[in-house]
Each structure stands twice: as structure tokens, then as C-alpha cells.
Design a protein around this ligand. Structure first.
Ligand code: GDP
Length: 211
């Protein structure tokens, strides 16, 4: 298994609260309940890692995890939760869009969608934002253990509108996790790959939130 040491660093409500560092950031986005926390834990092989993202007060923030020496994961708040008040949903949507459109450290996005549902409007919008900025896009089809063998090809076809081959992932069986780990680590400076052009350090106006 490839080493993927992740550690919670800080959380932010808006772009000016994001950490001041020169780490290359990889955003992880998906609707609530898609299995984002479980996949984060599986990636880091740390069963409690994403609990920090689920701590009250942090669920609606961007949570940053340091990964190795040069990378960070930016765990974006889960969207599409029907019971969330509209004003809050709008605020979260705006914070996410601002981060994705303007954060200079950002080099790539992992878009999660349930393997049984495929991408919906929100995931296609995320892909469009990533394309506009030239961010590398990785698509993870979650909970693939719920698919029968005979359903896998059709599930992959549902992802065709994303124009990126999905990685079938399961936090339960571990399928796809190592592949995803490698794709993410390859974006870092520790690997032989060149540093993405967008990943110059960003100076925020104030110190990172240390809560
Ligand atoms: P999040 O809201 O996106 O962070 O989703 P969670 O990781 O909390 O998972 C939501 C629900 O889906 C929980 O009941 C998990 O146990 C379940 N779940 C998450 N990942 C998987 C998976 O790979 N396979 C299956 N079968 N269930 C999963």
C-alpha cells in the first residue's frame, strides 16, 4: 500500500480564511452521503480521520488535511442536503465556487458521485468549473460494492457526460482506493511529476483559522 499520511490542519469558511502555505491542494467534492468521509478515511487508512470534518461546526466549512510534504486535501462541504436551510446552502455553494475559481494553490479536484446514480447537475457544474481553470479532474464512483458484476459497465456509462473515466471505489472492499491514492500523490512535488502551473503559493489576508 502506498504511504498516504494525512493530518487535519485547519478549516475555513471563505477564501480569505484558507491556509497560507505553498502546498498543492486537491479538492474533494461530493453531495452529502456520497461516502466522502469514508473514502477519505480509506485513502489515509485512518478510520477516524474524517471525523474531524464531521465535528459540529466543521461540516459546513472547507476542511484542510496536510498530506505528506507538499500536498493538501481540501475537503469541501457536502452539498445537496435537502434539510439544509436555503440561505446556508447558498452560502456553502458560493464559498465552494469562490474557492474553486480563485484558490491559487488548487491543482486538481476529485469529484465523487454514487456509482448507482452517476453524476447529476452539480457534479457536471463542478467539472465545468474545473475545466475552465484547467484543473485536473479525477472522478470517483463511490460505493461500487453495491453494484452487481452485471451492472458495472452500465454504471461506468452513466459517467460519460463527465468525459473522465471514473475510478470505481468502495470504502467497504477497498476497491479503487489505491488507484485514487496514487493519482492524488502523483500531483505532489514529492513525485517525479512536474508541479502544476496554477499551484503557486497564495497569500491570504489573515492567518489560518487554527480551531
Ligand atoms: P459523506 O456524507 O459523503 O461523508 O458520507 P459517509 O462517508 O458518512 O457515508 C454515508 C453512508 O454511506 C454511511 O452510512 C456509510 O457507511 C455508507 N458508505 C460510505 N462509503 C461506502 C461504501 O463504499 N460502500 C457502502 N456500501 N457504503 C458506504
Amino acid at each position: 500500500m502506498t504511504k498516504f499520511s494525512a493530518r487535519f490542519a485547519t478549516s475555513a469558511l471563505a477564501l480569505d480564511e484558507c491556509p497560507r502555505w505553498d502546498r498543492i491542494e486537491v479538492a474533494i467534492a461530493g453531495r452529502s452521503n456520497v461516502g466522502k468521509s469514508s473514502l477519505l478515511n480509506a485513502l489515509a487508512d485512518a478510520p477516524n480521520l474524517a471525523r474531524t470534518s464531521k465535528t459540529p461546526g466543521r461540516t459546513r466549512r472547507l476542511n484542510f488535511f496536510e498530506v505528506g510534504e507538499s500536498l493538501a486535501l481540501a475537503d469541501l462541504p457536502g452539498y445537496g442536503y435537502a434539510k439544509m436551510p436555503q440561505t446556508e446552502a447558498r452560502r456553502i455553494g458560493a464559498a465552494m465556487r469562490e474557492y474553486l475559481a480563485r484558490r491559487e494553490n488548487l491543482a486538481a479536484i476529485v469529484i465523487l458521485a454514487d456509482a448507482r446514480r452517476g453524476p447529476e447537475e452539480e457534479e457536471l457544474e463542478l467539472k465545468a468549473i474545473a475545466k475552465r481553470r484547467g484543473l485536473e479532474t479525477i472522478v470517483a464512483a463511490t460505493k461500487c460494492d453495491k453494484l452487481k458484476q452485471s451492472e458495472r459497465a452500465a454504471a461506468c456509462k452513466r459517467f460519460a457526460p463527465m468525459r473522465v473515466e471514473p475510478i470505481l471505489c468502495s470504502a467497504v472492499t477497498g476497491e479503487g482506493v489505491e488507484q485514487l491514492r496514487r493519482r492524488i500523490l502523483a500531483l505532489g512535488r514529492d513525485e517525479a511529476s512536474p508541479r502544476p502551473a496554477q499551484a503557486s503559493p497564495q497569500r491570504a489576508q489573515r492567518a489560518p483559522d487554527e480551531r
